[in-house]
Design a protein around this ligand. Structure first.
Ligand SMILES: *[C@@H]1O[C@H](CO)[C@@H](O)[C@H](O)[C@H]1NC(C)=O
Ligand SMILES: *[C@@H]1O[C@H](CO)[C@@H](O)[C@H](O)[C@H]1NC(C)=O
Ligand SMILES: *[C@@H]1O[C@H](CO)[C@@H](O)[C@H](O)[C@H]1NC(C)=O
Length: 241
């Protein structure tokens, strides 16, 4: 080998080592729970949440689900460096907007009382914006599950939790007109947080379970209640939207 070609050969080896190193250091999230997950254009975006020590996080990353992936070694793509949302957890998100392609984040628990009610993320331009939303303004809620009606772009935000307790309201965010409305709570069940909710094909939202009392204690093995009275799972509630 000439001197020149051995220099090139060494450079080639170094390049391969750098390449392997890059491939072998995928993003390792520290988020453990209370994050949001939103599917847009075959990308699953994970935002916020807390780590195992309940520290609020500012992580933002996605998984491309249009290609096969290994559940033991997910190739998360990190976007945390462009995330402008304050560290938070227990928010709720949807896909929406005029293009039906924008991530809307509503609410969340943060340490900053000035956290905006809504943020939007545009995946096409990889850009965050706190949008200007007209209409009523309310206290920020967390520990709720928003439900999207894709027929009219409205995001239904019932009850949840606030610093002042469990709010008895149905906030509606129009993700197309960027306006707030207040829905009806006539015949609504007891206010609560951390319930399950989904839109049914008959255009009714179903709500089930949830919590309105943090003094209840239960056996972590059997889940049997030891003290207090929990909300029942043997009733479900419908809202006709
Ligand atoms: C918006 O996207 C949802 C989910 O991908 C889809 O079901 C719905 O039909 C879309 N809505 C409109 C108005 O395009
Ligand atoms: C959105 O705004 C337009 C123009 O102000 C209005 O005509 C339309 O009715 C609004 N849509 C909804 C769903 O409120
Ligand atoms: C939870 O229930 C299991 C099964 O009945 C019991 O063995 C265990 O002692 C209980 N745990 C506590 C902390 O009471």
């Amino acid at each position: 080998m000439s001197r020149n070609s051995s220099v090139y050969f060494i450079l080639w080896i170094l390049l391969q080592v750098v390449k392997i190193n890059c491939q072998m250091t995928p993003f390792k999230p520290s988020v453990h729970y209370r994050h949001t997950a939103t599917l847009i254009d075959n990308k699953l975006y994970i935002l916020g949440g807390s780590d195992l020590n309940d520290k609020l996080l500012k992580e933002f990353f996605y998984l491309d689900v249009s290609v096969p992936f290994n559940t033991q070694e997910l190739s998360w793509q990190d976007l945390s460096n462009i995330n402008m949302v304050l560290p938070h957890d227990s928010a709720t998100t949807t896909k929406g907007g005029a293009n039906n392609n924008t991530l809307f984040l509503y609410g969340g628990y943060s340490n900053d009382p000035k956290m905006p009610l809504v943020y939007t993320f545009d995946p096409q331009h990889i850009a965050w914006n706190p949008p200007k939303i007209t209409g009523i303004n309310t206290e920020i809620k967390y520990e709720l599950t928003g439900v999207m009606n894709y027929n009219n772009g409205k995001f239904y935000l019932w009850s949840g939790n606030t610093a002042a307790g469990f709010p008895n309201n149905m906030l509606i965010l129009d993700t197309i007109n960027l306006s707030w409305e207040m829905g009806s709570v006539v015949n609504a069940p007891t206010s609560r947080c951390n319930y399950g909710a989904a839109l049914l094909p008959n255009n009714k939202i179903i709500y089930i379970g949830g919590n309105n009392d943090y003094t209840i204690t239960f056996n972590t093995t059997t889940l049997n209640i030891e003290k207090g009275t929990a909300l029942t799972l043997s009733e479900v509630y419908f809202v006709n939207i």
